[in-house]
Design a protein around this ligand. Sequence first.
Ligand code: PEP
Ligand code: MN
Length: 344
Amino acid sequence: MIIVMEKNVDPELIELVQSKLRECHFQVHLSQGVERTIIGAVGNRTQEDLDLFETIAGVERVVPIVQPFKLASKEFKEKTVIEVKGRKLGGGTLTVIAGPCAVEGMEKYLQVAKLVKAAGATMLRGGAFKPRTSPYSFQGMEVEGLKILAEASQHTGLPVVTEVMDPRHLEMVAEYADILQVGARNMQNYFLLRELGKIGKPVMLKRGPAATIEEWIMAAEYIISSGNPQVIMCERGIRSFESYTRNTLDLSAVPIIKHLTHLPVIVDPSHGTGKWRLVEPMALAAVGAGCDGLMIEVHQNPTEAWSDGPQSLTPEKFQALMNRLDQMSAALGIKLEGGEKADG
Ligand code: PEP
Ligand code: MN
């Protein structure tokens, strides 16, 4: 249940409600708004609890949450805005995360990082640990890759997003990355999700290839209930009968997540389609659907890419996409977040 406190209530009354909740064996989570405090109480709630807490001084109302997700729900909080290195994600602007599928070496990565920055990207991406279908495919540069990402972040001033696949690598990845990505294949790795709840960095949670929207939000609930409220949802396509595209990008997930939760949602049309030609139209459609950001794979020479070349844009095509995004966001009254053009 959610306990909505009265506007500008005495902090002592907030304390009182929290200790009463703990006494009744609820897990307590605070959401502090500008004027109002909302207390999320997770546990086995009865009608009596609803009635009891409504009688306590300072409580405006008690709202039962019927959905299985509680702390991710819109009832608990209006909006989550993630801030990294001065850039905001989810605050009404459009964030563009760009870079190659995998880090392939210092020189190549620094070059592409500068190019995507010049085109207006807000953040960098690049895998150092790659979840590959075949054990014989390139698995990522691992810690070397992480060091390259950190170097690129220093050079460009842009935050970096990278995947963590294994809880044993969590500390190491968190040392170098600004946002930790949970890959689609790991969306229901509950042990990893719980561990991510204990770190102080934002987590980008990709939707599992066969996950329903509810399962996906429940995965976010694992991270939040374990202590980390900084979760970003990423729609990257789901498995369907369609085989022309690599996945079927479910853009309806964007307004659904926005309606049900307070979490920012970004769209990855690169993995969502698997084909570079479809990246621009689906990126524009995602913005039209109301996403907070995009994740786009960019490679200097896609035919030579060590992974996901067919869905990677060249820097020139990425620049063209950014120009179209500029036009589209201007028409919709949305600003691009923290983009630093070559002259900026
Ligand atoms: C990625 O973004 O590098 C990636 C592997 O994506 P996904 O987990 O969505 O397949
Ligand atoms: Mn990829």
